[in-house]
Design a protein around this ligand. Sequence first.
Ligand code: NAP
Length: 245
Amino acid sequence: MNLEGKTAIVTGSSSGIGAEFSKALVSKGCRVYGLARRAGRLEELRETLGDLFVPTALDITDYDELEDWNQKQFGNSAKSHQNEASGPDILINNAGLGYFGDVDKMEPDKWDTLIQTNLTAIFRLTRLVVPMMKQKNTVSHIVNISSVAGLIGNPGLTAYNATKFGLRGFSEALMKELRNERVKVTCIYPGSIATEFFDDIGGTHANMMRSEDVANTLIHILETPDNFLIDEITLRPLVPKAPGK
Ligand SMILES: NC(=O)c1ccc[n+]([C@@H]2O[C@H](COP(=O)([O-])OP(=O)(O)OC[C@H]3O[C@@H](n4cnc5c(N)ncnc54)[C@H](OP(=O)(O)O)[C@@H]3O)[C@@H](O)[C@H]2O)c1
């Protein structure tokens, strides 16, 4: 896909890899609707990136608000063939949270929040965007940000693992559902990246991946030729622990 002039939605664009994805897409000439709750952080990004970045302060687990925003922004493009170029070409389902702890210590409301944020909100937004993508006569692309925790279970990660494994299944099914509709679906499984994700939970190390390198990989995946699909990719730091640790 040639990214110049395309329209993208990036969830979780107020920090971390979502902010880097937004920067990289804007630098390629994409209009980016950046969704997240922290309006101030989104506005700071708009000041840096300019008006191709459209700050969109909302909580993706407020499904009514999500539907209202989609209707206001793209409502006509879902119905009118004349407006088909105006719907999103790219959806990056990136927003996510991590709550960790043994299963008997995990508060049920935290489990619910993780499922709603990391899984249900992705379904809710994707189901709004897919009809507009199917209607286009050009290639579209949905990218889901899972984790190596979507491939490997570990103690203390039951809730997070459940959401990221769930996203893996969602992505594979969606890819098979949409590939003949000219909609690419890619699931990315990153290992540890230096972002605010670990601020409250710890577990960082010296050699975490950099967000800008993850964003470069996203751009590579999006810019592949139309009849070439990278459906899954795992990203890892080369030396995750210093020698002797
Ligand atoms: N960092 C890693 O090592 C790593 C590894 C593998 C996968 N991942 C995944 O990568 C994704 C991005 O994480 P990150 O590392 O960049 O961490 P981050 O800096 O904490 O970013 C998380 C983003 O999600 C947004 N978000 C969370 N809940 C939201 C909600 N209810 N509504 C709207 N936005 C919401 C946050 O924005 P607001 O707080 O402003 O709403 C923030 O922009 C997550 O899905 C995470 O699971 C991260």
